[in-house]
Design a protein around this ligand. Structure first.
Ligand SMILES: Nc1ncnc2c1ncn2[C@@H]1O[C@H](COP(=O)(O)OP(=O)(O)OP(=O)(O)O)[C@@H](O)[C@H]1O
Ligand SMILES: [Mg+2]
Length: 362
C-alpha cells in the first residue's frame, strides 16, 4: 500500500497544539510533505523557536503517522518556526514588543530583561533590546558596553541610529547617549521624546522580539511606551517578599488599566531561593516560598518561573556577560525556561488577538 499526502494530513489533523487548542493542520503548521515509499518527511512550523513544547509536538506527530498511516513509515520531521505577530507594532519590521517591568526597584528587571533577550536569541529568534531606564540605565554595564556610542546618520533629513550588536542581539540604551559622570536632569517631555527616538529613529531591521527594560514603578516612561507603541505584553518581575509583591500588584494593575490595556504575559519571581555553589541541590527559600506563584494565581495571570539567588548571576551582570550565555548549569536553565514560557505566552496572546479579530471581521 502506498502512503499518500492525504493520509499524512489526516493523521496530523489528530495532533493538537496544546496551547492553541486546535490541530496542526487547521493551524496551517504542517508544510512541505514529501513521500517516497515508506519515507515520510514534512515540516512543522512552530509559533516560536523557543517553543517549550517542541519535543512533545514532534513526538505526537511521529506517533500519529505510525498509528494512523503505517507502522512501517520512516519519518523525518523538520521542526522549524515562524514567529507570530498580531498587529503593526509601530516599529517597522518588529513583530513583538515585550515590556519588562516591576513595581519595586532593584528586584532584577534589568537582569531578567537581558537574560530574556539573550535566551530568546539562543533559541534562534531575532532579538533586540531597549534599555529605557533614563534614571539608571543598566545595558552599558551588563553588556560590557560602557562608553559605546551608536553610529547615527542622516537619511532623507531624518536621523537613523544603528543599534549596537553584542552577543547576537541589537541593543540601544539611553545610557549610550549620556555621560554617566554628568547626570542630566530629565524633564517630562524630554523623557518622552528621548524614549520614542530609541524606537522610531533606530534601524532595528527585522526582529521577532524587542525587549524593553523599563524603570521601576509606574511613571512617564511607562505611559509613553505603552501609549506610543502597541506593546504585545508585559513581564512583571518580583521578589518573594511581601513589599515587592504588593508593588508588583500595583504594576500589574497599571498595565490592566483601560487607558493602557497591555496584556500581562506573566510574573517572574526573582531571587526565589538561595543555592550555594558547593551544594547545588540545596534550595533555601530565605525570603519565603511561593509568593510570586500565589500573586499570579490571585490575579489570574501566568507564572513564568523562579530564578534562584546566585552570586554568579550578579557577577556575570557586573562582568558584562549575562548568565544565560554560559553553556549550562542551573542558572542558565532557569533563564532559558523562563524565556520559553514568555515566548509561549506571546504566541498564545497573538493567537487570541487574531481569532478575536477574525470574529470581528466575519
Ligand atoms: N537572581 C539573582 N541572583 C543574584 N543577584 C541578582 C539576581 N537578580 C539580580 N541580581 C543583582 O541585583 C542587583 C539589582 O538587579 P537589577 O539591576 O537587575 O534590578 P532592577 O530591578 O533592574 O533595578 P532598578 O529598579 O534599579 O532598575 C544587580 O546587582 C543584579 O546583578
Ligand atoms: Mg534596572
Amino acid at each position: 500500500m502506498t502512503i499518500t499526502k492525504e493520509q499524512v494530513l489526516q493523521a496530523l489533523g489528530n495532533v493538537e497544539e496544546p496551547d492553541l487548542k486546535k490541530d496542526l493542520v487547521t493551524l496551517n503548521m504542517i508544510q512541505d510533505i514529501h513521500i517516497d515509499g515508506n519515507n515520510v518527511s514534512f515540516s512543522v512550523i512552530l509559533t516560536t523557536p523557543a517553543c517549550p513544547l517542541k519535543a512533545m509536538i514532534e513526538n505526537a506527530c511521529r506517533n500519529a503517522i505510525l498509528h494512523f498511516v503505517s507502522k512501517e513509515a520512516v519519518i523525518n520531521i523538520n521542526m522549524t518556526s515562524r514567529v507570530t505577530t498580531q498587529k503593526n507594532t509601530g516599529v517597522p519590521g518588529v513583530k513583538n514588543i515585550i515590556a519588562v517591568a516591576s513595581g519595586k526597584g532593584g528586584v532584577g528587571k534589568s537582569t531578567v530583561a537581558a537574560n530574556l533577550a539573550l535566551g530568546l536569541a539562543k533559541s534562534g529568534a531575532k532579538v533586540g533590546m531597549i534599555d529605557a531606564d533614563i534614571y539608571g540605565p543598566s545595558v552599558p554595564i551588563m553588556f560590557g558596553l560602557e562608553g559605546a556610542r551608536p553610529m547615527a546618520s542622516q537619511v532623507d533629513g531624518k536621523t537613523r541610529i544603528e543599534p549596537i550588536e553584542k552577543y547576537g542581539i541589537k541593543l540601544l540604551s539611553i545610557g549610550f547617549f549620556t555621560d554617566p559622570n554628568q547626570p542630566v536632569p530629565w524633564r517630562g517631555p524630554m523623557v518622552s521624546t528621548a524614549v520614542k527616538q530609541l524606537f522610531n529613529d533606530a534601524d532595528w531591521g527585522e526582529l521577532d522580539y524587542l525587549v524593553i527594560d523599563l524603570p521601576p514603578g509606574t511613571g512617564d516612561i511607562h505611559i509613553t511606551v505603552t501609549q506610543s507603541f502597541p506593546v504585545t505584553g508585559a513581564v512583571i518581575v518580583t521578589t518573594p517578599q511581601n513589599v515587592a509583591l504588593a508593588d508588583a500588584k500595583k504594576g500589574i494593575g497599571m498595565f490592566m488599566m483601560p487607558a493602557i490595556n497591555v496584556p500581562i504575559l506573566g510574573v517572574v519571581e526573582n531571587m526565589s531561593y538561595f543555592t550555594p555553589a558547593e551544594l547545588p541541590e540545596n534550595k533555601y527559600y530565605i525570603f519565603g516560598k511561593g509568593g510570586g506563584q500565589k500573586l499570579a494565581a490571585q490575579l489570574d495571570v501566568p507564572f513564568l518561573g523562579e530564578i534562584p539567588l546566585i552570586k554568579g548571576i550578579s557577577d556575570s551582570g557586573d562582568a558584562g556577560k549575562p548568565t544565560v550565555l554560559e553553556e549550562d548549569g542551573p542558572m542558565t536553565a532557569a533563564f532559558v525556561k523562563m524565556a520559553e514560557r514568555v515566548a509561549q505566552q506571546v504566541a498564545i496572546s497573538n493567537a487570541k488577538a487574531l481569532s478575536a479579530e477574525n470574529i470581528v471581521n466575519n
